[in-house]
Design a protein around this ligand. Structure first.
Ligand code: FNR
Length: 185
């Protein structure tokens, strides 16, 4: 059965390695996994004062799209040992207002990437902290910390590290199973 997996990318820059990874995953998975990247860059900063009868249209659209996902895949770089503010903002927007958390019960997984060797461990686990609170079953294994991320893709976004390809296939297989086990209709 077809699964809709929404991909949220924590970096906003055009040449982002994290975005390259997301685009690569789109080509990697079988056709019955429908991966879609959900843009977060133009979500207004979360402000409860805007939570009126007419909240910002970008928030409304974002919340609608997240609701339709069978699973959420987060791909994130690390900023100052945590997630980029844009990603935290998207999480805050989707979690509110109180009682309307659109992430509720959605199976999820995280791939974190960094140019250094630690693979954005800090961002990965800060993100997990929020996902636990949002009541999202977050896949524990395999973990995905992609270090030295600039060696994974070439300029054109082609994957040039074969061991990473094998790992990602395994990771996506596990995530598919995780979604099917935890899906909540
Ligand atoms: C970084 N970077 C970074 N890397 C890391 O491993 N740990 C960190 O805490 C940080 N902190 C940090 C803060 C800020 C403000 C920036 C702009 C960058 C480096 C980061 O890993 C690198 O820029 C990645 O290439 C960002 O991912 P994208 O944009 O290529 O997807």
């Amino acid at each position: 059965e077809l699964l809709n997996i929404l991909v949220i990318v924590g970096s906003l820059r055009k040449e982002s390695t994290t975005l390259k990874m997301a685009n690569f995953l789109l080509t990697l998975v079988p056709t019955y996994l429908n991966l879609e990247i959900i843009k977060i860059g133009d979500l207004p900063l979360y402000n409860e004062d805007l939570e009126t009868d007419h909240p910002p249209i970008e928030w409304v659209e974002f919340r609608k799209r997240i609701k339709k996902g069978d699973g959420i895949l987060f791909l994130t770089p690390e900023y100052n040992r945590s997630v980029p503010a844009a990603l935290k903002n998207a999480i805050d927007v989707g979690s509110a207002p109180h009682g309307y958390n659109v992430f509720d019960a959605k199976p999820t997984a995280i791939i974190s990437l960094s140019t250094g060797s630690l693979g954005a461990f800090g961002a990965n686990h800060h993100l997990r902290q929020s996902l636990v609170f949002l009541n999202m079953p977050a896949m524990q294994q395999p973990e995905a910390y992609i270090g030295e991320s600039e060696s994974v893709f070439n300029k054109e976004g082609k994957l040039i590290k074969d061991s990473t390809r094998g790992f990602l296939i395994k990771f996506m297989n596990s995530f598919e199973l995780w979604i099917r086990q935890n899906i909540n209709d």
